[in-house]
Design a protein around this ligand. Sequence first.
Ligand code: ADP
Ligand code: MG
Length: 728
Amino acid sequence: MNIRFEAFKTALAHRESERFDIPPKVSEYFGSMVFTYKAMRDYLPEYLYKQLAEAADKSTLMDKRIADHVASAMKAWAISKGATHYTHWFLPLNGATAEKHDAFFTPVEQNASIEYFDGSQLVQQEPDASSLPSGGLRNTFEARGYTAWDPSSPAFIMDGTLCIPTIFIAYTGEALDFKTPLLKTIGLIDEVAVEVCQMFDRSITRVYPTLGWEQEYFLVDEALFYARPDLTLTGRTLHGHAPARGQQMEDHYFGSIPQRVSAFMKDFETEAWKLGIPAKTRHNEVAPSQYELAPVYEEVNLAIDHNQLAMVLMDKVARKHHFRVLFHEKPFAGVNGSGKHNNWSLATNTGKNLLSPGHTPKTNLLFLTFFINIIKSVSEHPGLLRAAISSAGNDHRLGANEAPPAIMSMFIGKQLSAVIEEIEKKVKNRKMTPDEKTELKLNIGKIPRIILDNTDRNRTSPLAFTGNKFEFRAVGSSANCAPSMIVLNAILADRLRKFKKEVDALMAQQVDKDEAIFRILRKYIKESKHILFEGNNYSEEWVKEAEKRGLPNLKTTPEAMAYYVSDKTIQLFTENNILSERELHARYDIRMENYAKVLQIESRVLGDLAGNHILPKATRYQNVLVENVRGLKEILSEKQFKEQAELQVHTISKISEHIISIKSDLGKMIQARKEANNIDDSAERAHAYCFRVLPFLEKIRYHIDKLEILIDDEMWSVPKYRELLFVK
Ligand code: ADP
Ligand code: MG
């Protein structure tokens, strides 16, 4: 039996036909499985509802008595929706979501039970969870980890379980998750951005980051998926010859969505809407079988929870349709990989987007203040930003002329470049004349108009301004958005604080406010211009130019992660009280260890595949050819044989070459792996895997892919790219 053909048959049987049922209106059930403000109101007395709503806005803690009431309301609501269990739902550092379900059901006396859930169960739990990564923060004697309720992200019901979003911290108070530092940076932004806003507009009393993510993914038939051990075990294909037809026809992007895929998308969206995920856009992506999902943007903490939840949900729903979702950044060589664009901006209590220019010079000066502070903050930490998005998977994608390069730079468009240039030229370090000021302000007043007709878009830039937000395009598709958002929030908050100080200092010297702001902005422009690049980020010239400008070009995770624990980063995180040096190092260790583990698994799987699947098939086919040559020799004249057997003999020796290369590289790879495994230090081990093991994966793959086109198709037992990418 050829596993590949069996899988292929099954995959064909999985196809779905069109459905014509009329679904209910979305607005009727959107958020029906979320403990929304509306649900709180239904289940709580008014004064408690108000306190809870306030805690949700400000992410404050609640006293035990109130928590008891809220718990009881939540329980009643959840049970009315059919929930039987509850769990604290959190985002540990392995990048997944974690949950441990407990039943409401509690036996009370013989043969009787009640549904029990009180404030202490809502507010804090102590899941054992000692196997989750802690980077050494939890030694066994202090192994306790706590989860604590985050009222700023609402509870929801999934699969009959009430899920309560929480932070996850060690007994010592050190953060073991993504949410804890994220919430700290959200608080910081609120504190310092409001101070800066108040220089322009007294009515702004709250500022929060917003995030709109765009999730790319592949769908692969489940039968074919299971027939590929590399996909099943590593999430990506470790070999596979490019199909005769790839993405060169450019007909998949935005094309009509295949029936079975659309059935999956509809089912997913229905479930997502019930959970309050504002899924809005779906379309085909560039590569065959690649798609994108984008919701409406939300407050960043909620958006991140929703992204994590969406990934879990997509996986569940896809299985119902006999699909598997691939979130890996590069599941197939030779076709586009997947990213997760993070659209990031800042919103205020007054309904304003701080990165959206206004209609007057005053509001535009507010816009420019934030805009230029962001540029300055990124120019100070390009390495850290690169570190934030680094992973073994994303390394395959960055710099592959389909995703942004590993060099972090910013694109702001022609018009804003001109505005910035004008400020740089016209603002003086002396008192400006009234005429100079008026001219500058007039020009600044024109910004919204020019941005509206701003059509220039640069698809190659890692961090692009797109009219009213920055789009961070380098984030990997499987990543949690939090590390990227933490860095962007943190560097901006840090910069805004310093900006305010510098402006205050000038004002103390009797410089008027606008002029003080202009002068500092001008200084920032001068200091940070080198991070701006408007050209083609994929070009060779840019690599050289960036080097001249001193911008880091960090091609691999181990190199990039050094910036995660640099003095500058440690200072940034500790001064702003986001993470301690120990916490940063713990995160660094986890990432480096994870990197080495991913490569270890990939290398083992490729070893198995080459040894147990590829080489036996290659040898068997070679034997067929050898038999054939023998037979020819028997029946042909010597002259005929010479002519006709030549090609066969050539193929036989080609196959031999590849077999020998694979065998020899396999031996070397195993040796390199052994040496790497013997290294104690996680950073050194990651380096060894990166520079001494990974090159063999590429080499071995090269020869396997050559064999794939030499060997009889009927003998090849793992699904080929054409089947994985085109059957749906
Ligand atoms: P495109 O960039 O493809 O032209 P849009 O401008 O509509 O499309 O936005 C793309 C993504 O940016 C969407 O996910 C959207 O939710 C998000 N987005 C729009 N405005 C903001 C904002 N103020 N803050 C964060 N994300 C935003
Ligand atoms: Mg985009």
